[in-house]
Ligand binder design. Structure first.
Ligand code: GRF
Length: 216
């Protein structure tokens, strides 16, 4: 993206919105040449919508209750993304499956943050605290976070960044979630930065990050 043409992000979330916040803060600090042009949530009461409104970011409530017909739902999502002239879609705590037509239209331009090291502890039903519960029940010694491209299945797209955290014997789902969340807040804006700097090259399942201008 050029200096006059910041990366236009539309973020989708369902809950408190701390990961969208982390991206917003990096933009505000001047560390990320991007703009959150819109936020979409399936819950009108979500922190995601509340914070967007406080920041004068366009906020959209698109849910399957409001749009029970799946075709109407995906048409609405596409229309909002297209109208916002979205370059990059960021799923940050978005609990719904993204319709196939959206994934096709925005191929390789949709990111998700998952609070574990994929492909472990991912897939349908493994979201939020259930992920951390599963990690602890398994007795894993490490967990972490993954930012990945989104394809038509849950949590199966190629990873862009992964980072580990230790799991301690005394951990609860909450303590582990808090440790992982700190990592999420760092690697999600980092992955967005790679897009903003046009440094992502995709070859099949391999995502290669090319060196930054300052590295060469
Ligand atoms: C994060 O842990 C994310 O990885 C998971 O749900 C949580 C959302 O948190 N999918 P927030 O809404 O970004 O605060």
């Amino acid at each position: 993206m050029s200096k006059d043409n910041p990366l236009r992000i539309t973020a989708l979330g369902s809950g408190r919105g701390s990961n969208i916040d982390a991206i917003y803060q990096e933009i505000q600090c001047g560390n990320l040449h991007a703009e959150i042009v819109g936020v979409i949530s399936n819950s009108s009461k979500s922190g995601v919508i509340k914070k967007a409104k406080e920041r004068s970011i366009a906020a959209f409530h698109i849910s399957s209750i409001k749009y029970p017909d799946p075709v109407a739902f995906e048409t609405m999502l596409l229309q909002v993304l297209d109208d916002l002239n979205t370059h990059l879609v960021v799923l940050a705590g978005y609990m719904k499956k993204v319709p196939n037509r959206v994934i096709q239209r925005y191929k390789n331009r949709i990111l998700n943050i998952h609070p574990a090291l994929l492909p472990a502890f991912g897939g349908k039903g493994l979201y939020g605290k259930y992920v951390h519960q599963a990690v602890l029940e398994y007795g894993a010694k490490v967990s972490g976070a993954t930012v990945h491209l989104v394809d038509i299945e849950y949590d199966t797209g190629p990873p862009i960044i992964q980072e580990c955290v230790p799991v301690y014997a005394e951990d609860t789902p909450d303590t582990l979630a808090a440790r992982v969340l700190k990592v999420e807040h760092r690697i999600l804006p980092q992955a967005v930065r790679f897009f903003a700097e046009n440094r992502i090259k995709i070859a099949g399942r391999k995502v290669v990050i090319t060196p930054s201008q300052t590295d060469v």
